[in-house]
Ligand binder design. Structure first.
Ligand code: SF4
Ligand code: SF4
Length: 112
């Protein structure tokens, strides 16, 4: 799921620079999250950075944008096609977790 910002936002400016997907921007009155860009930080961090650090806890998940972990990872890959990230090896870590959960047999045993 993407996250969204409720009208409890106090425009403290904390979340916007934290977003690795540039999904957060100032709206008409308060900050807003572009659901098409929010991956819940999948691919970058273990937990949503904005929701973790918002001082008034006004960034819940958006029930209108239900997405699986795989869909969030796919969105991450669309946003970052080169797999490059300025936040370290998040992409590889996420891809490894994805591969590990979907590959039933280890290919390492094929050597010989
Ligand atoms: S959860 Fe992550 S990707 Fe989504 S808006 Fe917050 S910081 Fe950006
Ligand atoms: S961190 Fe929370 S209160 Fe501050 S601008 Fe972002 S959503 Fe609003």
């Amino acid at each position: 799921m993407a996250l969204w910002i409720t009208d409890e936002c106090i425009n403290c400016d904390v979340c916007e620079p934290l977003c690795p997907n540039e999904a957060i921007s100032m709206g008409a009155e308060i900050y807003e999250i572009d659901a098409a860009r929010c991956t819940e930080c999948v691919g970058h961090f273990d937990e949503p950075q904005c929701a973790s650090l918002c001082p008034v806890s006004c960034i819940p998940v958006n029930p209108s944008h239900v997405e699986t972990q795989a869909q969030l990872l796919e969105k991450y890959r669309r946003l970052h096609p080169a797999g490059a990230t300025s936040h370290g090896g998040g992409a590889d870590a996420a891809a490894s977790r994805e591969a590990a959960s979907s590959a039933p047999v280890s290919s390492a045993q094929a050597a010989g």
